[in-house]
Design a protein around this ligand. Sequence first.
Ligand code: NAD
Length: 300
Amino acid sequence: MARVAFIGLGNMGGGMAANLAKAGHDVRAFDLSAEALERAAKAGCKAAASAAEAVADAEAVVTMLPAGKHVRDVYESSVIGKAPPSAILIDCSTIDVATAREEIEKARAQGYAMVDAPVSGGIAAANAGTLTFMVGGAEEAFARAQPFLEIMGKAVIHAGGAGAGQAAKICNNMLLGASMVATCETFVLARKLGLDLQTFFNISSQASGQNWSMTSYCPVPGVGPETPADRDYEGGFATALMLKDLRLAMEAAQSVDAYTPMGSHAEELYGRFAERGGAGKDFSAIIKMIEDSWTPPLQK
Ligand code: NAD
């Protein structure tokens, strides 16, 4: 079993660190939040006084932080030059492709192997150890990260070189955001045209309009499988996180001169929904804004 440093014990990192400890690894954990650190200690991790202390003799370093600037800060102040160069560095945060590539290159220049390994799957999957990891980095770095990622996930896929994990993640989530908006406006139109929504679901889910946002995550309460729509859009994947990923996708699209009109429109709509108080709701709740934008508010 290995000495693993885990930095960033929030909604996602807390469960992931606990799963590494449960698998028998010696997990030295650090978070700026004393509360998060205490929860990790209760889940079998050893609390460290700083990130630098956590990584001091680590064989693997895992980070799960909010955004690119936190990843840059933590790696540059507390990991590079502080962890042994033999440690494999694994950043699981969702961040911009450019920062991921820069940090992997800076680590490589100091003799470290590092991968970007963002996840698909929410808090429940992090707790259950059933995340999907999309990994960017050299073949050899991927092979070293894989056994640790397999403990925390059900699928670990090598997406390509440095930054490829982040690129795959934002491309997937841009498609998800756009397909959810399209699914929502379709159900609104179907209702206004007098269709019974369960009947329309039965038709479209077996016809060419079929897509994941409809069949696995239907935004209409009482239609299709059980989803956050059936719990007043609580839990699930928060609009604020979808908006973050759409912004990262638009930034990446601009950097390579890619034309992404549907992604850009989805970003604008999710931005508006977040401003109107939807940030904490599941991202499928945008159907309410779409309904209300075109008619007087529904009698709910
Ligand atoms: P979170 O805000 O709950 O957790 C982040 C943690 O990092 C916090 O506990 C914070 O105190 C800690 N932190 C910040 N700066 C730090 C520093 N310098 N040193 C030590 N700790 C520091 O966020 P989360 O929901 O766990 O998300 C983490 C990452 O996973 C994000 O990049 C997010 O986009 C991505 N993600 C989240 C979900 C989800 O459903 N929550 C799903 C997929 C991906």
